[in-house]
Design a protein around this ligand. Structure first.
Ligand SMILES: [Zn+2]
Length: 352
């Protein structure tokens, strides 16, 4: 199933360059063409860092989701932009982010924007990296409906998070179908909220939601999911334990399942052997929340530990989560060392 044994991959996001963050707080001073140019330039930066690191799979770094109107919520009709958060001061936590009010039927007549993101990524890669990118896979990532529902407030029409999830499910499914139609061959459906809350919900209910979301694209692309424990300003939110999810999550219709291991000191690593019997397993071996830069030797040692539980052909390696909450200088060095460490083990095994 896995084209490249011990493939190196990433979760969707990458830190914004400083100029992008500055510009996005002054968007009213830019024209639509300026914004388009800025988006392509930002994707170019993310692509350049990932290609230079030598990854097998890259994304657009989610560089264009920098503003409410350009985020998934900006594509949804029937919602009103978030009000002020309940807490505005003190240490960072999810409650410092407001939730969006639902004021009508939830629809997304223009889709969720992931197709345009994928096409922009393709254009940027084709323009500058045709040679280098010939063996590189381009991946798109889309939040699943349960995760996406987390920032919407239930109302009389959609009474709880489950009802909101059911309303978002066909919207996400349509986006996945559109991505496949646009030629995207690898898609991750991010559902970190499922891993965060599996300890208090029925995990089979999550699996049912996931499988209904992806059912029309199963077999038409390489499908993955990302199951971390939250990374809001580098803070976790869930009970950081995979045991409550299994064995139920082995029924998920995916080709690759990503789990967060590095920040948890590789706890529960034996779980990857069960996952590898079902699908490929992408193991998080880079801690995106720590400014300790893992050395290639650290990485190689973690890869060897994984090989005690799963065969090379079923293993992929990635950071624990997207890198958007990690300073770019550190993100860049962590990716370089991740690839170098994995390559070291590939050589030891006589793989190319
Ligand atoms: Zn994550």
């Amino acid at each position: 199933m896995n084209e490249q044994p011990l493939r190196t991959t990433v979760i969707g996001s990458y830190p914004f360059p400083g100029w992008l963050e500055f510009s996005t707080s002054h968007l009213d001073q830019f024209g639509p063409d300026d914004v388009r140019e800025m988006q392509a330039d930002a994707v170019w930066c993310a692509v350049q860092d990932q290609v230079a690191a030598g990854l097998d799979v890259i994304t657009d770094g989610e560089q264009t989701r920098f503003d409410f109107n350009l985020s998934f919520y900006g594509y949804l009709q029937g919602i009103e932009l978030e009000g002020a958060p309940l807490r505005r001061f003190g240490p960072p936590a999810h409650d410092q982010r407001g939730k969006h009010r639902v004021v009508g039927e939830l629809t997304a007549p223009r889709g969720l924007g992931a197709v345009q993101e994928y096409q922009r990524l393709e254009q940027v890669v084709r323009a500058g990296y045709a040679q280098a990118a010939s063996g590189i896979t381009l991946k798109a990532s889309v939040p699943g409906p349960y995760t996406l529902s987390g920032r919407l407030l239930p109302n009389d029409c959609y009474r709880d998070r489950w009802a909101l999830t059911e309303a978002l499910l066909p919207i996400v499914r349509t986006e996945l179908e559109a991505l496949v139609a646009a030629g995207c061959r690898e898609i991750t459906v991010d559902e970190p909220s499922m891993s965060c809350y599996a300890h208090r919900e029925d995990p089979r209910r999550f699996v049912d939601i996931f499988n209904r979301t992806v059912e029309s694209v199963v077999g038409k692309c390489r499908l993955g999911t990302h199951l971390c424990f939250g990374n809001f300003k580098a803070r976790a939110v869930g009970k950081r334990e995979y045991a409550p999810m299994f064995p139920a999550f082995l029924e998920m219709k995916v080709d690759e399942m990503h789990v967060e291991m590095a920040s948890r000191e590789m706890a529960e690593l034996p779980i990857i052997s069960a996952i590898a019997r079902h699908c490929d397993v992408a193991v998080g071996i880079i801690d995106v929340k720590s400014y300790y830069i893992e050395t290639p030797e650290d990485v190689a040692s973690r890869v060897r530990s994984c090989l005690e539980h799963a065969p090379a052909g079923k293993l992929a390696f990635a950071p624990d989560c997207g890198l958007s909450q990690t300073a770019r200088w550190a993100a860049r060095r962590k990716l370089v060392n991740m690839v170098a460490g994995v390559k070291q083990v590939r050589q030891e095994l006589g793989l190319k």
